[in-house]
Design a protein around this ligand. Structure first.
Ligand code: C2E
Ligand code: MG
Ligand code: MG
Length: 571
């Protein structure tokens, strides 16, 4: 039994008040004094611990290390401070900082060790570290960690193996998210992440890199077959319907793949290539796999070039509206024109309107472009007979802005063009993207007398009930349905159904893309009231509208349609 000296007896109550564990050992490494926190830490009573050495408390290899550290302090008189992991009296691992120092009391040397428990802060740090490199929703690595791991994967490439990167997303996810809410959306993402993770090999790394976009790195693969096989299995898995709240949902998936066969390519370039290929895959089909090829870089370069030139073209009014006639199928006459934007670029030639419109949308330039086009179109249309309307396309992006209605009415007021002669064409996706703003804008414009037409009907994601909640004036049947009239009975059934629906709701109908007398005859026979298409004429520059109008009476008959020569800007 070790006896405490009088000095120690006085110290006991003082060190018991300290919230860190304190041990005092003599030169034989036995504990001669310890505080209450130390007893709690080691899980034994003071009476048991007095006289113990580290060998009675810790595994032998750990006790050896502690003893060596104690000896160093005794021999040199230097203080020491170490961060270490200990197993406490309850068998739990603790992160501690141990400070040791020698003291001399009544000519006798002792070692005083104080132990600060930092387990809680180390656990919090580890959790933060995990959070900053993982996606909290799916638990997958995030983009930063993926990039780090991708760098690591290049070691295999240096050793002669191939590395594939896949970028994938769920087609239609955004619309489901909008329709069913974020909770369902989150469940779908978790479901997708888990399903795809199950298909991966032990070396593969999957990450959520953005929204519903995921990336997979496949290191050490053989020829590209491995990546194709994984991508095909992902497509097959996603094809299985996902049931939520009793509703069955089906998704598409677009997968872009890029391969590194040598270290000439950088990791970030590989990811960029897979992303490009993904872009193409998503545009192609609901279920598609696409490998990167050099042509995609050309496409991107063209896109960048167009974006650069677009600003100057808008400012210089180089993008102008041309006008495609809209014809009454009953009275065989022109009843209005749809303004279609045309841009003839000096070096790039005629740029297709859907190409530069989508770039303008992505670059945040669509509102500036639309404002200039609408001003110009209102000026042009003011010179036409007052019975003719002007149809103008509104981008889905613009329809998200609550000030759109006011801006359009402002342009009408300034140009003096009557709102009653303006027909705005909007698409289904524009309506469902932001339902409440779209409702307000449409109501505001309709109150002023502007008519609203639903463009490209049948190609979007909107449900019938969503569409019917809007007050629309007209439905424009997409030209893909008109084209199908030629070769399938099914096409006829669809068009008949759309016309019946529109008539039932008192809506006017325009068939887009009429190219043949047969199509025209079928549409007329089934109650379609208006038509547009190359059969009647392509879009012409403002200067040619008069000539077109002078060709009256308009000869819209199945047997002898009057074709118009296309002007230089037509198309
Ligand atoms: P849209 O509004 O559905 O316009 C009809 C498109 O079909 C036009 O293509 C037109 O030239 C084409 N088209 C008309 N008749 C026929 C036909 O008989 N056969 C075939 N194959 N095509 C026909 P365009 O001018 O290339 O425009 C494509 C799309 O770009 C438009 O589709 C519209 O969504 C958008 N767009 C064009 N101009 C503007 C604009 O000023 N603003 C906005 N926001 N979008 C525009
Ligand atoms: Mg249109
Ligand atoms: Mg259309």
């Amino acid at each position: 039994m070790i006896r405490l000296s009088d000095s120690f007896a006085n110290l006991q109550s003082i060190i018991d008040a300290v919230p860190h564990a304190i041990f005092v050992k003599d030169r034989t490494h036995r504990i001669v004094l310890l505080n209450t926190s130390a007893c709690e830490f080691l899980g034994h009573s003071r009476a048991t611990l007095l006289g113990y050495s580290d060998f009675e408390l810790f595994p032998a290899d750990q006790a050896e290390i502690f003893r060596a550290a104690d000896d160093h302090v005794f021999q040199t008189g230097e203080e020491s401070e170490n961060e270490e992991q200990l197993t406490d009296g309850r068998g739990c691992t603790r992160h501690v900082i141990t400070r040791k120092q020698m003291v001399r009391l009544e000519e006798v040397e002792y070692l005083v060790a104080s132990v600060t428990d930092i387990t809680a802060s180390r656990v919090a740090e580890a959790k933060n570290h995990h959070l900053s490199f993982h996606d909290p929703l799916t638990g997958l690595p995030n983009r930063s960690l993926f990039e780090e791991k991708l760098n690591g994967c290049f070691r295999n490439v240096a050793e002669g193996k191939h590395l594939a990167v896949l970028v994938l997303d769920l087609d239609g996810f955004k619309h489901v998210n909008d329709a069913y809410g974020y909770v369902v959306g989150d469940n779908i993402l978790r479901w997708f992440a888990a399903k795809v993770s199950d298909l991966l090999g032990p070396e593969d790394v999957m990450a959520r890199i953005d929204g519903d976009k995921f990336a997979i790195a496949m290191p050490g693969i053989g020829p590209s077959g491995d990546a194709t096989s994984l991508a095909s299995r992902i497509v097959a898995t996603v094809r299985q319907p996902f049931v939520v709240d009793g509703t069955t949902l089906e998704f598409g998936v677009g997968i872009g793949i890029a391969l590194a066969r040598d270290v000439a390519i950088q990791p970030d370039e590989l990811l960029r290539r897979a992303d490009r290929a993904h872009h193409r895959a998503s545009a192609a089909d609901r279920l598609s796999i696409c490998y990167f090829d050099a042509g995609m870089d050309q496409m991107i370069k063209r896109r960048i070039r167009i974006e650069q030139e677009l600003r100057a073209a808008i400012a210089g009014d180089l993008i102008v509206p041309c006008y495609q006639p809209v014809v009454s199928l009953n009275g065989d006459r022109i009843i209005g024109f749809e303004a279609l934007a045309r841009w003839e670029n000096e070096s790039l030639g005629q740029i297709p309107s859907d190409e530069f419109i989508s770039i303008a949308e992505e670059a945040g330039l669509i509102d500036a472009l639309s404002a200039r086009l609408l001003c110009r179109a209102c000026q042009d249309a003011s010179t036409w007979p007052a019975s003719l309307f002007l149809a103008f396309n509104i981008s889905p992006i613009s329809l998200r802005d609550p000030t759109l209605g006011l801006r359009i009415l402002g342009i009408l007021a300034k140009s003096g063009f009557s709102p009653h002669r303006l027909e705005l064409e909007i698409t289904e996706s524009a309506l469902v993207d932001n339902i409440s703003v779209a409702h307000t804008t449409i109501d505001q414009l309709r109150q002023a007398g502007v008519r609203i037409a639903l463009d490209d009907f049948g190609t979007g994601y909107a449900t019938l009930s969503q569409l019917l909640s809007f007050r629309l004036d007209k439905i424009k049947i997409d030209r893909s349905f008109v084209a199908r009239l030629d070769d399938s009975e099914e096409g006829k059934v669809i068009v008949r159904a759309i016309l019946g629906l529109a008539t039932g709701f008192g809506l006017t109908t325009t068939a887009e893309g009429i190219e043949s007398g047969e199509q025209l005859a079928f549409l007329k026979d089934n109650g379609c009231t208006e038509g547009q298409g190359y059969l009647f004429g392509k879009a012409v520059p403002a200067s040619e509208v008069d000539a077109l109008l002078n060709l009256t009476p308009w000869a819209v008959t199945a047997s002898a349609p009057r074709m118009l020569a296309a002007g230089p800007m037509a198309g």
